[in-house]
Design a protein around this ligand. Structure first.
Ligand SMILES: Cc1cc2nc3c(=O)[nH]c(=O)nc-3n(C[C@H](O)[C@H](O)[C@H](O)COP(=O)(O)OP(=O)(O)OC[C@H]3O[C@@H](n4cnc5c(N)ncnc54)[C@H](O)[C@@H]3O)c2cc1C
Length: 410
């Protein structure tokens, strides 16, 4: 039996606490907030997309950074093990579109409640308002931690750092774990906000604020190279674009941010080829031949988009439909299928679902999550240089790495 300290009572910290205690260790969780799982509470828009009920191959495919490092971890504790754990704790789950797993109650607070109750039943000691300032490492062995503003060391035979990343800092994830790891020689790879909206340069974007588009296709380019293409939903905001397809795009875009201009095109009618769309417009134009152009595309596009597309098409909005030339019409078709936006930048950590980057996995044992620089020191969750797409995959990383760390402690 070892004395185990877990820094951070988020997803990874709580799950690690359960398995370390089940293995007979004396476990203390140190959480700087006044409650557990502050970030977990806001996951999945308050519903918590716990994991994804997909096969192993799909699980790995959705990991964007260092998926190979997760081999041992995912195989020892997979998505179905997570579902089994929650069901065994009395939390009923359900599977939605895209195999996303949620609590049946649609309440993230029930996920936190289930974990907290189990921690209490196992006798895990949970200290709130306890901010760790640094680790105590002597001769390559982690001996404990020091709390902020205190000289006294809390000693332990094993310490798990589960402090999360940098996104949504108000939830308590302020990158403290990077500092701890750096102090003992670990490399922290470049960190960036990810699964994050984009600021867009075009000034017309403000006029589209609040418009949500379903069934569109977004293609993103770095200079002229295509780096991302997908169908789905997006949302226009006062600063730019957001929504599921855009958040996923950000994960692909980040490595290209410093390489030059990023642009995107939105295909507003991906189900139609240019020829099919032209035929459709031609039909509409024949019916509305005596109307002005600005009044002839109501059936084609959402209201907010009409003045923007008219302006981008270069056709005089007051022109009679029967005087629009074929070239002008083809230009309109091209604009609708290739609405171009220029990315100014990504939004900040305050709006990012996760952090891309973190403690270099080269310096961590993938079978145990133990630091290669300090015996008895383990890392779990978002603090590591691991990240995935949306769909429950980021929490799966937290659960699997936490299980691996907790069960590796002797
Ligand atoms: C808005 C939003 C929605 C999301 N939705 C989903 C989703 O539905 N599905 C999904 O898979 N992922 C989702 N994620 C991502 C997911 O929440 C994270 O990947 C996951 O919470 C990481 O878990 P963690 O335990 O590593 O870190 P965290 O959950 O961030 O927990 C870290 C904990 O450590 C504590 N801490 C930090 N420093 C110290 C210190 N020095 N001393 C003591 N305590 C400290 C913090 O207060 C915090 O409680 C979402 C993220 C956001 C922001």
């Amino acid at each position: 039996m070892s004395k185990v300290i877990i820094i951070g009572g988020g997803a990874a910290g709580m799950l690690a606490g359960i398995y370390a205690a089940r293995n007979g260790h004396r476990v203390t969780i140190l959480e700087k907030n006044e409650k557990l799982g502050k970030k977990l509470y806001i996951t999945g828009k308050g519903r918590c997309n716990i994991t994804n009920a997909c096969d192993m191959e799909t699980l790995f495919e959705h990991v964007m950074t260092n998926s190979k490092f997760l081999y041992s971890s995912f195989y020892s504790y997979n998505n179905f093990d997570v579902i089994d754990l929650f069901e065994s704790l009395g939390l009923k789950t359900k599977i939605e579109r895209g195999n996303r797993v949620f609590p049946q109650s649609d309440k993230s607070s029930d996920v936190i409640g289930a974990l907290q109750k189990e921690l209490q039943q196992l006798g895990v000691s949970i200290h709130f308002g306890s901010e760790v300032e640094d680790l105590l490492v002597e001769d390559g062995v982690c001996k404990g931690v020091r709390l902020k503003g205190e000289k006294k060391i809390l000693s332990a035979e094993a310490v798990i750092v589960a402090t999360g990343g940098l996104s949504y800092p108000t939830t308590g994830s302020t990158g403290d774990g990077y500092k701890f790891a750096k102090n003992i020689g670990h490399t922290i790879t470049e960190c960036n906000p990810s699964l994050v909206p984009f600021n867009i340069k075009e000034s017309f974007i403000k006029e589209l604020q609040g418009l949500s588009l379903k069934n569109i296709q977004v293609t993103v380019y770095s200079k002229n190279k295509e780096i991302y293409r997908n169908f789905g939903e997006m949302l226009f905001t006062h600063f730019g674009v957001s929504g599921p397809v855009i958040l996923s795009a950000s994960s692909y875009v980040i490595p290209y941010l410093k390489k030059g201009e990023i642009t995107m095109t939105i295909d507003l009618k991906p189900a139609l080829t240019e020829e099919q769309l032209d035929a459709r417009i031609l039909r509409d134009f024949e019916e509305l031949r005596n109307k002005q152009f600005k009044n002839a595309i109501d059936n084609l596009l959402p209201r907010k988009l009409i003045p923007i597309i008219i302006s981008l098409s270069g056709i005089d909005p007051y022109k009679k439909v029967n005087t629009i030339t074929k070239d002008e019409r083809l230009n309109l078709v091209h604009t609708i299928k290739n609405m171009k936006l220029s990315v100014a930048s990504i939004r900040s950590y305050n709006e990012a679902v996760i952090t891309k980057g973190g403690i270099s996995v080269k310096e961590v044992n993938p079978s145990t999550m133990e630091s290669k620089y300090a015996k008895g020191l383990y890392f779990a969750g978002e603090v590591l240089d691991l990240d995935a797409l949306t769909g429950g995959f980021n929490l799966q990383i937290a659960w699997s790495t936490a299980y691996t760390a907790a069960t590796a402690i002797e």
